[in-house]
Design a protein around this ligand. Structure first.
Ligand SMILES: Nc1ncnc2c1ncn2[C@@H]1O[C@H](COP(=O)(O)OP(=O)(O)O)[C@@H](O)[C@H]1O
Ligand code: SF4
Ligand SMILES: [Mg+2]
Length: 328
């Protein structure tokens, strides 16, 4: 079997605040195989973004990785100097965020910004970068590339700006694309267009994608494998097929049910009643216990570790077998 492209192990990240500490990521592990699309789902505040920002060296404020490893093609990204990591980020790992406006330079023509992405990483020379920028604009579905090259970000719609971000992210042909809620700020039709663009690019380039989303529909339509996060921990990890057929964590099942209830028009994850507050300590017992209808004394005393429950299927629940039997 091929080596994983990215392997994150036991990642812990916290933020110091004036009066307390926020334990945002508490022992997260996951891996991404070449060509695979991994979905990371969970309610807002579950630690999805912080996990990936930690790996990319992009934590803001007082955020600090306390321990863990993040091996990308064998190199632990968490041990690299800033310059070395910047070199990998943008060249070998492309990143697309929710809000393209915050990542684009408003005073620079979009063509120049895409060119710069290539020149910074010495991907090609100026002439090559110019020609490639026009090709990229076309590839991401921006009509009249020669004219659009000269436009500034404010002259683009939200969807078009996200296309520009995608062009920048794939400019140096990265092996891995990390997309953090790339369609959340867009209206539904544009969301679909951007997702199908990503799908097309993935299939053509065989790149791996990590898709962070709080939209269950996006995860199940787009991803090969899904991990569910809660309270800065991975609750369940399974192939899409296993995930749909044999969900094993009560939280996953709750999420799926909450989507069916609200129908197909709005597939956002609805917080299940009793959503955990900001974490001011590392969970020592099941973080989901207060909301779980399967909870027993053991759940309130002992932290469930991720364990194998089926082919490529892992779950952090003391009672996964009973949960699966109950659902099945
Ligand atoms: N810069 C920050 N300072 C303090 N706390 C933060 C910061 N960024 C994120 N957090 C906290 O970390 C937790 C996880 O956030 P995040 O990873 O952004 O969640 P999401 O799953 O919605 O992406 C949240 O409780 C959030 O409030
Ligand atoms: S460990 Fe217990 S409380 Fe936690 S999800 Fe499983 S059954 Fe529910
Ligand atoms: Mg987020």
């Amino acid at each position: 079997m091929a080596e994983d492209l990215l392997t994150v192990e036991n990642l812990y990240t916290q933020f110091e605040r004036t009066d307390d500490t926020v334990y945002a990521v508490n022992g997260v592990s996951f891996s991404v195989a070449p060509g695979e699309t991994l979905g990371i789902v969970g309610e807002s505040g579950s630690g999805k973004s912080v996990s990936l920002l930690s790996v990319l060296g992009l934590l803001r404020g007082t955020g600090r990785v306390m321990s863990g490893t993040a091996k990308f093609m064998g190199t632990n990204l968490l041990k690299l100097r800033r310059r070395q990591l910047e070199d990998i980020r943008g060249r070998d790992i492309g990143v697309v965020f929710q809000d393209p406006m915050s990542s684009l330079n408003p005073t620079m023509r979009i063509g120049d910004q895409i060119m710069e992405a290539m020149l910074t990483h010495q991907y090609t020379n100026r002439k090559g970068a110019f020609a490639r920028t026009l090709d990229l604009l076309e590839e991401v579905g921006i009509p009249e590339p020669k004219t659009r090259f000269r436009n500034y970000p404010h002259e683009f719609s939200g969807g078009m700006r996200q296309r520009v971000m995608i062009a920048m992210a794939i400019a140096c042909e990265p092996q891995l694309l990390i997309a953090d809620e790339p369609t959340t700020a867009l209206d539904v039709t544009v969301q679909m267009q951007i997702l199908s663009l990503l799908q097309k690019l993935r299939d053509k380039r065989r790149m791996s994608i990590v898709m962070i989303t709080h939209d269950f529909g996006v995860a199940t339509n787009f991803c090969d494998r899904i991990i569910v996060m809660y309270a800065g921990k991975v609750m369940e990890s399974a192939s899409l097929d296993e995930f749909l057929k044999r969900p094993a964590h009560p939280y996953t099942i709750g999420l799926k049910a909450s989507i069916i209830e609200v129908g197909h028009r709005d597939k956002e994850l609805r917080p299940i009643p009793g959503m955990a507050d900001t974490l001011n300590e590392v969970p020592q017992s099941c973080p989901y216990a207060a909301r779980c209808r399967f909870a027993q004394d053991r759940c309130r005393q002992e932290l469930p570790e991720l364990r194998h429950v089926g082919a490529n299927h892992y779950v952090a629940c003391h009672r996964a077998e009973e949960v699966m039997a109950d659902v099945g």
